[in-house]
Ligand binder design. Structure first.
Ligand code: GLV
Ligand code: GLV
Length: 338
């Protein structure tokens, strides 16, 4: 006898009737994995973010069993209300500050993310930003394209070295650790870090130094790179007072979440030369930029593309789909958030 017939029927029922909604087109590999399972997959046909109202209307179309959502979707009680059968919301991102986790927990809805696969890519982008701001690469590109380059000059566009300088890592998760690795191994930087948890193994591996407070780290670092999740305690972690603690020669890089920095205070700090420069991939009110930010020369800005390589976005699609498939098959998804 093979298994319990009622259970087998239930599995067949799930396979045939799983209805999945994807809020915006993602790499095909993830969509195909779900279709190959025989699920009915609906993808938002337009390549744009759905407004809250549009998302709610879309989810009302059918009784969806699962939703694959993006960091640009606000997922809260109102959304859960219109998808009462959805057992899982699989976020296509490592960060999940766009989801009301408490509300999901109350309702027993499973939330998953896509950690791990984007660690290297985001760490590489972080270093790209760091090099670009210190060596004035983006600024030099604009200058050269504008026809302003009229010949080599001893004092033209002098930047700063990063080799041997001190990198302050705020938040020692996977990405922060990888950035520290590149800094230490690649550029012989001294690594200091702050995290709610100390990691002595990491300290030994990279000859890194733990700082007791964010403030102590900011006072000492030549470069500060932010890798914390966005939660209540990290909102405006970098504010006017903290910017004032940084060295006037220091650079700030953020590839985590925009609201970790008070962006208005940041623009002021750059205008007043409180710090030397900043490189950002994320913004407080995305896609809007704080007034004045884009007018400053000592700023490098990328459009939230730190994880955007062909390789990594494909893997993120696979992982998000694997999480849905696990739940559909009655298993614990590999990337359960809480
Ligand atoms: C991107 O920002 C992510 O959280 O995956
Ligand atoms: C995300 O993967 C992190 O832990 O930094």
């Amino acid at each position: 006898m093979e298994g319990n017939p009622a259970e087998n029927n239930y599995q067949i029922f799930l396979k045939i009737f799983m209805k999945i909604y994807i809020t915006r087109r993602i790499p095909e590999v993830g969509i195909k994995m779900l279709e190959d399972k025989g699920y009915e997959v609906d993808v938002n046909p337009e390549d744009k973010v759905l407004s809250k109202g549009e998302l709610i209307s879309a989810l009302r179309q059918k009784e969806y069993d699962a939703v694959l959502c993006l960091l640009t979707d606000t997922i809260d009680g109102e959304v859960f209300d219109v998808a009462p059968k959805a057992k899982i919301f699989a976020n296509y991102a490592v960060g999940y500050n766009n989801i009301d986790i408490e509300e999901a927990n109350k309702r027993g809805i499973i939330i998953t993310n896509t950690p791990g696969v984007l660690t290297n890519t985001v760490a590489e982008h972080t270093f790209g930003l760091l090099l670009s701001i210190a060596q004035r690469i983006a600024e030099g590109d604009r200058f050269t394209r504008a026809g302003k380059y009229v010949g080599w000059a001893p004092m033209l566009m002098l930047g700063n070295d990063i080799t041997g300088r001190t990198l302050g890592v705020l938040g020692l998760g996977r990405i922060g650790t990888r950035v520290a690795h590149h800094a230490s191994r690649g550029f012989e930087m001294k690594v200091i870090y702050y995290d709610i948890k100390r990691n002595e193994e990491f300290e030994k591996e990279y000859n890194a130094e733990f700082k007791d407070s964010v403030d102590d780290l900011l006072k000492e670092a030549d470069f500060v790179s932010i890798h914390v999740p966005l939660i209540d305690s990290t909102r405006h972690l970098i504010n006017k007072e903290r910017l004032a603690l940084m060295k006037p020669s220091a650079y700030l890089v953020n590839t985590s979440r925009g609201p970790v920095i008070d962006e208005v205070a940041l623009v002021e700090a750059l205008q007043n030369k409180t710090i030397k420069g900043v490189a950002l991939d994320v913004y407080e009110n995305e896609p809007a930029l704080a007034p004045g930010l884009a007018d400053l020369p000592n700023v490098v800005i990328t459009p939230h593309t730190a994880s955007a390589t062909e390789e990594t976005r494909g893997k993120m699609a696979e992982i998000a789909s694997l999480n849905i498939i696990a739940v559909a098959e009655g298993q614990t998804p590999p990337n359960l958030v809480k």
